[in-house]
Design a protein around this ligand. Structure first.
Ligand code: FAD
Length: 382
């Protein structure tokens, strides 16, 4: 008999595994296929920075903000469920964060961002010069402006991925590593299954969540959803003792302190195709930023460095929704720098589509086949 599931998900990164988790919780039989070991690409490489929760009584005016706010609310909820179901701590911690500016232009940009936090109901406090040390003793006192966001959080990506995969398996789902999707079986406007490296699989619904490889995969059935890879590099420091208490954000750079005294420095944003080799230039640049923000980090040991490929899209928004021309093929990708943070709400929206529920956020904004959003539409700072 042919192998079959209600839903097959192509791609076992945080987006694919979160979708499988949401579906498995709803009693759907699901298989996640990954051409490599599941959870070892961008989702493993990411820093795990999560946004602060906003006031639940304020309805965000912008669909991307709604996606982010919903995800920020789901993270603590999912983390507790995952821990209960699997015994795995995914490292979700509300460490709090400081957002800083060093130049006049950066100060202006950061003040504008603070205006958005106020509208969204995100808690923040402007720190007076001379008072930075109260919140983050390691912060360079010479910085121009610093805001404290007590609700900023983080997750340990590899732990979170392991927790999701275990929870899916506990509920009868299948996570198949080293089983890539090579194409799709179709009849008219329906996808009847996928073609894999180890034979075909039938499915009622197919989801493409293959990160930066999604665009190439979708092209095979004539669906245009470019997902250009955006390379990001990270340096991991080990101070041997806790050197930093809070997440520090500085434009597109950030420092993320782990419980064990390690500190992640991220991240570059490069157009380098599918190359994932760390480079000397990026390494030097990241260390310079870290030393300037928190001079104490200059003495820390360098433990590791790595790179990952974020899935881009044709503009600043992800793709979430049905593939044009097909009734039961759903796409969820293109989250670029925010795939970890947006994954729970993305998964719930895909579950809405597959279970025939009205999507809880208007998906027209994220639709595949849209015209590119105008420049300046990006509601994220990083
Ligand atoms: C350095 C860096 C720092 C980051 N920091 C953050 C952060 O702090 N917060 C945040 O929210 N986001 C962050 N991101 C972005 C985030 O990591 C990504 O947006 C997110 O991981 C994308 O998840 P994904 O599941 O779509 O892709 P991936 O994790 O890349 O997963 C896609 C999977 O699909 C598989 N695949 C590919 N082709 C096929 C095929 N044909 N068949 C089957 N499987 C296939 C791949 O092997 C892979 O496992 C960061 C990214 C990088 C690189």
């Amino acid at each position: 008999m042919a192998e079959r599931y209600d839903v097959v998900v192509a791609g076992g990164g945080v987006v694919g595994l979160s979708i499988a988790f949401a579906l498995a919780r709803a009693g759907v039989s699901v298989a996640v296929l990954d051409r490599r070991e599941a959870g070892r690409e961008a989702s493993w490489a990411g820093a795990g920075l999560l946004p602060a929760q906003s006031d639940p009584d304020r309805r965000p005016s912008h669909p991307t903000l709604a996606l982010r706010a919903w995800s920020a609310r789901l993270y603590p909820e999912w983390s507790a469920i995952l821990r209960e179901e699997t015994g795995i701590d995914n490292g979700y911690r509300r460490t709090g964060g400081v957002d800083v500016a060093a130049t006049e232009a950066e100060e202006h940009a950061l003040r504008t961002t603070a205006g958005r936090w106020r509208v969204e109901g995100i808690a923040y406090e402007r720190l007076a010069p001379g008072d930075f040390g109260r919140v983050e003793p390691a912060l360079n006192p010479g910085l121009r402006l610093a805001y404290f966001l007590p609700d900023r959080a983080q997750v340990r990506n590899p732990w979170h991925l392991r927790a999701l995969a275990t929870a899916v398996a506990n509920r009868g789902g299948v996570i198949a590593s080293h089983r890539g999707v090579e194409g799709f079986a179709t009849v008219g406007d329906r996808v009847t299954g996928v073609l894999t490296t180890e034979g075909p699989i039938e499915a009622d619904h197919v989801v493409v969540a293959a990160g930066a490889w999604s665009g190439g995969l979708l092209e095979r059935i004539g669906v245009r959803a470019p997902t250009p890879p955006v390379k990001g590099q990270i340096v991991l420091l080990n101070g041997g003792r806790p050197l930093l208490r809070r997440i520090v954000e500085y434009g597109k750079h950030y420092l993320v302190p782990r419980d064990d005294g390690r500190v992640l420095i991220g991240a570059t944003e490069e157009d380098a195709g599918f190359d994932v080799l760390p480079t000397a230039d990026a390494f030097r640049g990241l260390l310079e930023v870290a030393g300037a923000l928190c001079p104490v980090l200059r003495d820390a040991e360098i433990e590791a460095t790595w790179a990952g490929l974020r899935p881009g899209s044709l503009d600043t928004r992800p793709y979430i929704g049905p593939a044009p021309g097909f009734r039961n093929l759903v796409v969820a990708t293109g989250h670029k720098r925010a795939g970890l943070q947006l994954s729970p709400a993305t998964a719930e929206l895909v579950a809405d589509l597959i279970l025939g529920r009205p999507p809880r956020i208007d998906l027209s904004y994220f639709r595949i086949g849209r015209d590119p959003a105008p420049a300046g539409d990006d509601v994220f700072r990083s």
